[in-house]
Design a protein around this ligand. Structure first.
Ligand code: SF4
Length: 445
C-alpha cells in the first residue's frame, strides 16, 4: 500500500477525517462557489465538502476542537485550492493567519516562517444555484435536502424521538441530529416540497440517487412516513432511492419496499461489540437491540435474489470506526459481508455539542486495517460495490475507494470488470427510466 498521502488519495481522505483541517485566511469558500459548512442530518457530518485527487469526494472536519491542532491547512493560490501540511500541527510556522478563512472556523496562531509542504491540489465541491433558492412554499431548499457528495440527502420527518424523551433523552451519544433542530433543517417536509428540491437537484446537479433518513419514532411508523415520498419519487423520476431507518419489526415491509423500487436499505447499528453498543446507543438498545438490527440486515440482503433483477437492491449494515476496537469493526465487516450485505463504515467524529464532543478522534493508523478489510471482504464475496453510477459520497470512504489500502488490488480484477459492466448497464437503465418518468409526467400535464 502507498503510505504517502500525497500519492494515496484514500489515505488522505481518511487522515483528514481523523485529523481535520484548518482554513487559511486566503480561502474564500463561498465567493469561489463552494458549499457552506452545514450541520447535516446524518449525525456525523459538519465539514467542508471537497474533491480530492482521484475524484474522491470528502467532507473534512473544520469546526471541531480537534481540528485546531491539525497539520493540514487549506490555502487558496492564484488559480486553485491546495492542502498544505505543517509540521507540529502548524505551531510556530509562518505564512498567514490560520483562523478559518472566510468560511469561519477555528483560530490558529500567527506564523512567521512558512515550513509547510504541498500535499494535494483540491477542488471545492460546487454549490448549486438551487442552494440559494426557496421552495414555492417559502422554505430555503437546503432546509429540505442537501447534497452529500453527489447525492441528495433528505431527513423528511421530525427529529428522532430519542432526543425528545422525558425525563431523560436516550440519543446515541455521538449523534448531533437533535442539535440541528430548526437550525439547518426544516422539522417537517411535505411530499411536494421534497419533490421540488429533488427535481431541482436532478436538473441542475445531475443527481442519480436520493437517500431518505429517519430516526426512531414510537410505534414503528418511520416506513409509513416515508412511503408516500418513495412512491412518488420513483414514479416521477425513476432515480435510485435509499432508505435508512431503524429495523421495522415486520420484515415483510422490506419486501414491499423492494417491490416499490427502493434500491437500498441501510441499518445503522454503529457498533458490533454489544456492551459498547448498549452504552453508546441506549435508545437503540432499549427499543430494538443489536440482534434485531442484524436480523434486518441479513433478511434484506436475501431480498436481492427476488424482484426485478434489473432494479438494483442492496442491504447495508452501517458502523462507526473509532467507537470500538479495530478487531471488532473488522468482525462486523466480516459478518455483514458473510450475509451478502455491504458495510458502510463511517469514521467517528466528535462533533461539537454532542455528548462525545470531548472524546478523541480515532488515529488514522488504527483505521487503515479496517478499511483495507472493507475492500477485500467485499471483493472476496463478489459484492457489487460501486455499481450504481455517478454516486460520490463525501461522508464515508466507499468500499471501492478502499482499494487504495490493499497490498494486492490487482488480484480482484475479474470482479472489478464485472462491476464495471454492471455500472454501464445500470447507467443505461437509469437514463431509460428517467426518460419514461419525464414522458409520463409530460403526458399527465
Ligand atoms: S437513532 Fe441515534 S444516531 Fe439515529 S438520529 Fe436517533 S439518536 Fe441520532
Amino acid at each position: 500500500m502507498e503510505t504517502d498521502v500525497r500519492h494515496n488519495p484514500a489515505l488522505l481522505k481518511l487522515d483528514l477525517y481523523c485529523r481535520g483541517m484548518r482554513l487559511d485566511d486566503s480561502c474564500h469558500v463561498a465567493e469561489d462557489g463552494g458549499r457552506a459548512v452545514l450541520r447535516t442530518r446524518a449525525g456525523l457530518g459538519s465539514g467542508l465538502e471537497l474533491i480530492l485527487p482521484g475524484g474522491l469526494w470528502t467532507n473534512v472536519p473544520v469546526s471541531e476542537a480537534f481540528t485546531r491542532s491539525s497539520p493540514y491547512v487549506l490555502h487558496r493560490t492564484l488559480d486553485h485550492y491546495e492542502i498544505r501540511r505543517y509540521p507540529d500541527g502548524g505551531r510556530g510556522n509562518g505564512g498567514g493567519t490560520l483562523n478559518g478563512g472566510r468560511a469561519g472556523t477555528a483560530s490558529g496562531p500567527q506564523m512567521k516562517v512558512d515550513r509547510s509542504e504541498p500535499i494535494a491540489a483540491v477542488r471545492l465541491a460546487p454549490r448549486p444555484a438551487w442552494y440559494d433558492r426557496m421552495t414555492s412554499s417559502g422554505k430555503p431548499m437546503t432546509r429540505i435536502g442537501t447534497l452529500q457528495g453527489t447525492y441528495l440527502g433528505v431527513y423528511p420527518a421530525r427529529v428522532c424521538e430519542y432526543w425528545t424523551e422525558k425525563p431523560e433523552r436516550s440519543n446515541c451519544h455521538f449523534c448531533s441530529v437533535g442539535l440541528n433542530l430548526g437550525v439547518d433543517d426544516a422539522p417537517e417536509k411535505s411530499v411536494d416540497e421534497v419533490m421540488e428540491v429533488v427535481q431541482a437537484a436532478r436538473a441542475e446537479s445531475g443527481i442519480t440517487y436520493v437517500d431518505f433518513n429517519t430516526g426512531h419514532y414510537e410505534g414503528d411508523v418511520y416506513l409509513d412516513i416515508l412511503e408516500p415520498y418513495l412512491k412518488r419519487l420513483k414514479r416521477e423520476t425513476g432515480l435510485f432511492i435509499g432508505v435508512q431507518t431503524p429495523p421495522h419489526h415486520d420484515l415483510a415491509r422490506y419486501d414491499a419496499l423492494r417491490k416499490m423500487g427502493v434500491n437500498r436499505v441501510s441499518f445503522c447499528f454503529e457498533i458490533f461489540d454489544e456492551p459498547t453498543f448498549k452504552q453508546v446507543c441506549p435508545g437503540k438498545d432499549r427499543e430494538y437491540g443489536l440482534k434485531r438490527y442484524l436480523k434486518a440486515v441479513e433478511y434484506c440482503a436475501g431480498l436481492s435474489k427476488q424482484g426485478d433483477p434489473y432494479e438494483p437492491w442492496v442491504s447495508n449494515g452501517e458502523i462507526i470506526a473509532g467507537l470500538e476496537p479495530p478487531e471488532s469493526s473488522i468482525a462486523a465487516i466480516d459478518w455483514i459481508t458473510s450475509v451478502g450485505a455491504i458495510p458502510t463504515v463511517c469514521v467517528f467524529r466528535p462533533l461539537a455539542g454532542t455528548d462525545m464532543e470531548d472524546a478523541p478522534p480515532p488515529k488514522t493508523e488504527d483505521l487503515v486495517p479496517i478499511f483495507r478489510r472493507l475492500y477485500e471482504a467485499c471483493m472476496e464475496r463478489g459484492l457489487p460495490v460501486g455499481a450504481a453510477p455517478d454516486i460520490h459520497v463525501s461522508l464515508v470512504l466507499l468500499p471501492e475507494e478502499c482499494r487504495w489500502f490493499s497490498d494486492r488490488p490487482g488480484r480482484y480484477w475479474m470482479k472489478e470488470m464485472r462491476i464495471r459492466a454492471m455500472r454501464a448497464v445500470l447507467r443505461m437503465r437509469l437514463a431509460r427510466q428517467s426518460r419514461r418518468a419525464r414522458a409520463a409526467a409530460g403526458s399527465a400535464q
